[in-house]
Design a protein around this ligand. Structure first.
Ligand SMILES: [Mn+2]
Length: 285
């Protein structure tokens, strides 16, 4: 287990309130504001939950909430992540819709060296959706196209078409696990397989440098109701934290994001959870 004290990189939170393609309930453009409110409270009111790691953090706005142009969003998010990395800081992106993930990944020039670990209810592997490749349902397909190895955890919604495109004919992720050996490699651990087998199926060959993307709908709607596309039977908060600790044990967190917070559907518990989660990720700096 990594020591939880000692030298860590300072954190730059990159707010990316991008929302152009919500497919069900809109509102994730207001996610970063809700997270910022709770982060500010965490900084002063609590000595538990690894909050000490937030002693040195800054918050930058990558773009205004009114920006709906995917190309401009990608440019600005990548630029802010790149600046954080150049300053020796850990970039933690706060969405916004899941499309901000492939934008953030553009900050790394060697995609093969950065494995993307995705916690999500949905596979997000569509080639395009509703007329654009920059839809949130396509986020992980774009990451793969950049050349990032991919690990998908907690998935419980995906179409045959998108799964076959990536994992080959016959792929059916409804209950089990999938593996793609072609470059870049990918593994999918469905919700049911995570419960029965733990993380073991995705650990072999896991790279040293990880980018972690957490779509809050990976969590159970009972503990995280404030998402645009809730799906039953998600992870518990503790299950997610334990998975992060296990995945990052002996590995390096390159960067991370927490996306798809929809305050319009929230009573505050999801925003609080997101802030706690970001503080926890900061411990891996
Ligand atoms: Mn997603």
């Amino acid at each position: 287990m990594r020591p939880m004290s000692g030298a860590r990189r300072p954190v730059t939170f990159v707010a990316a309130p991008y929302e152009a393609t919500a497919s069900f309930v809109p509102g994730c453009a207001f996610g970063p504001d809700a997270v910022a409110e709770h982060l500010a409270a965490l900084d002063t009111d609590d000595v538990c939950h690894g909050v000490g790691a937030l002693a040195d953090w800054t918050w930058v706005e990558a773009h205004p909430r009114t920006l709906h142009d995917a190309a401009a969003m990608r440019r600005e998010v990548a630029r802010h992540v790149r600046e954080a990395l150049a300053a020796g800081r850990l970039p933690l992106v706060v969405g916004g819709e899941h499309t901000v993930t492939p934008a953030a990944l553009e900050a790394w020039d060697d995609p093969a060296a950065v494995t993307v670990v995705q916690f999500d209810a949905h596979a997000d592997l569509r080639a395009d959706y509703e007329g654009t490749p920059w839809n949130h349902a396509c986020a992980m397909r774009r990451a793969l196209e950049r050349g990032h190895p991919l690990v998908q955890i907690g998935i419980r919604s995906g179409l045959h078409e998108e799964l076959r495109d990536v994992y080959g004919p016959g792929a059916d992720g409804a209950t089990g696990q999938l593996e793609r050996t072609a470059a870049p490699p990918a593994r999918l651990l469905a919700r049911g397989a995570l419960r029965s087998r733990g993380l073991a199926p995705v650990m072999p060959g896991l790279g040293r440098l990880l980018y972690v993307t957490i779509d809050l709908d990976a969590l159970d709607p009972g503990c995280a109701p404030g998402v645009g596309t809730p799906e039953p039977d998600g992870l518990s908060y503790l299950e997610l934290l334990d998975a992060l600790d296990a995945l990052l044990d002996g590995r390096v967190l390159a960067g991370a994001d927490v996306v798809e917070l929809c305050p319009a559907r929230d009573d505050g518990r999801t925003a609080r959870l997101a802030a706690r989660l970001l503080a926890r990720l900061a411990r891996h700096g």
